[in-house]
Design a protein around this ligand. Structure first.
Ligand SMILES: [Zn+2]
Length: 418
């Protein structure tokens, strides 16, 4: 369960320019669209309704670079909507129209609707129809699980490039742990500050990675094993990793102006010694063969955040969208684990045998390290006995672990403009 300190020290000497992500316009507001599921009345087969809440600001209405939602050749009333798993409090929306000057044009008119639980109800407001810009509509605060954009076509079919649903998600500001945890939390922070002189200078915590991606995380799997992997096992590994990562992200939801209701995790690549170990032919992930580092297969350095801490990936074969922030390094025969800004390492057999476990506790512990949490081999904070980061004393994220995690955000958030 050791923290692989050498990796942290290794990057301290790396020269890189850290690009501070642009600060949010107002910390009191958050775009809730990325945590919704998008659907539509109709989508042209070559377009994608998922474009409307992928968080990408379009360069112009005739966007030829990013995904788009379009309805060509359908005309008349068309809609796209966002559906959340739970009710969201919304105050305004921003809509960017798709207009290619031909078969898809800005609509003649449009409106927003919310789902009342039994019907769609119009949201009264002023609805501008501008190309090459977000069209903002402000309305009286509503709570709903669905926001629908209804477009009435004009000269051609219609489409959208992005929809932002602005509201709040019960976010609290400030730091409000249970009273009995204040002393041990302050002890932990002081201990970390005195143990790691570059605590605040380091720029590749999991926090930095998520903020650089504006709310998502990418992984590459280092398959350090001779075993074969079926497509089904690949997908189970992805799902298990995402479920465990989400446990830490759920700790942050709604806390102290943390801006993301969800942090989607994507496995973008696999590294192996021999391509024949991977028993699939689809191209859903990038595959790296025989690139050995630390005596284990690795994914392309040109695509790895650890090697490109400026956050740009000019030499990554698939482009920046194929970059990975962390590696999930699965080693045959390994007990315990290691974690750092580069990712997490643990036994491949342990992980495969734990795929359906509620808590893959070694992975959870090592992800904690990736976000800066320390080990507790030689001391225990006052009044707390058992928690995940004190190896062997707990097998899940405890309230104390959760508050140590939140404490990192408390101390780093100003770095991102919060
Ligand atoms: Zn550890």
């Amino acid at each position: 369960m050791r923290r692989l300190t050498s990796a942290f020290l290794g990057v301290l000497t790396a020269i890189g320019i850290f690009l501070l992500p642009s600060a949010p316009a107002a910390a009191a507001e958050v775009n809730l669209a990325p945590s919704a599921t998008a659907s539509a009345s109709y989508t042209s087969p070559w377009e994608s309704v998922a474009a409307i809440n992928d968080g990408i600001d379009p360069p112009r209405s005739n966007d030829t670079v990013n995904r788009r939602w379009g309805t060509w050749p359908q005309t008349g009333a068309q809609w796209a909507e966002l559906t959340w798993a739970s009710a969201q409090t919304l105050r305004s929306a921003q809509v960017y129209f798709f207009d290619d000057g031909g078969g898809v044009r800005v609509p003649a008119s449009w409106r927003l609707q919310r789902w009342t639980g039994s019907a769609y109800a119009d949201l009264p407001g002023t609805y501008p129809v501008a190309a090459d810009a977000y069209n903002t509509v402000t309305f009286a605060q509503v709570s709903t699980t669905r926001l629908r954009v209804v477009l009435q076509s004009g000269q051609a079919s219609v489409g959208l490039l992005e929809v932002k649903a602005i509201g709040e998600n019960g976010r609290q500001s400030g730091w409000n742990p249970p009273g009995n945890l204040v002393t041990p939390l302050n002890e932990v922070w002081q201990h970390q500050e005195s143990t790691y002189p570059n605590l605040y200078g380091f720029r590749n915590y999991g926090w930095d990675q998520i903020m650089a991606n504006r709310g998502s995380i990418n992984y590459c799997v280092r398959w350090d094993s001779g075993a074969t992997v079926s497509a089904a096992l690949r997908d189970q590994i992805h799902a298990a990793l995402a479920r465990q990562f989400k446990k830490w992200m759920d700790v942050m939801r709604g806390h102290n102006n943390w801006p993301y209701a969800d942090v989607p995790l994507k496995v973008v690549g696999w590294a192996v010694r021999d391509r024949a170990q991977l028993q699939w032919n689809d191209n859903s992930v990038d595959i790296y063969v025989g690139d050995i580092r630390e005596n284990a297969p690795q994914c392309a350095q040109a695509c790895g955040r650890f090697f490109n801490q400026g956050g740009t990936y000019p030499n990554c074969p698939g482009g920046a969208s194929h970059h990975y922030d962390m590696s999930l390094w699965l080693t045959a025969g390994m007990g315990g684990g290691a974690g750092g800004d580069w990712g997490q390492r643990l036994g491949s057999e342990y992980f495969v045998n734990s795929l359906n476990a509620d808590d893959i506790h070694i992975l959870l512990h090592e992800i904690g390290h990736s976000f800066g949490l320390d080990d507790f081999y030689d001391w225990t904070p006052t009044g707390v006995c058992c928690f995940l980061m004190k190896a062997g004393s707990a097998a899940q994220i405890t309230e104390f672990d959760a508050w140590m995690f939140r404490d990192w955000w408390r101390h780093l958030k100003s770095r991102y403009g919060y």
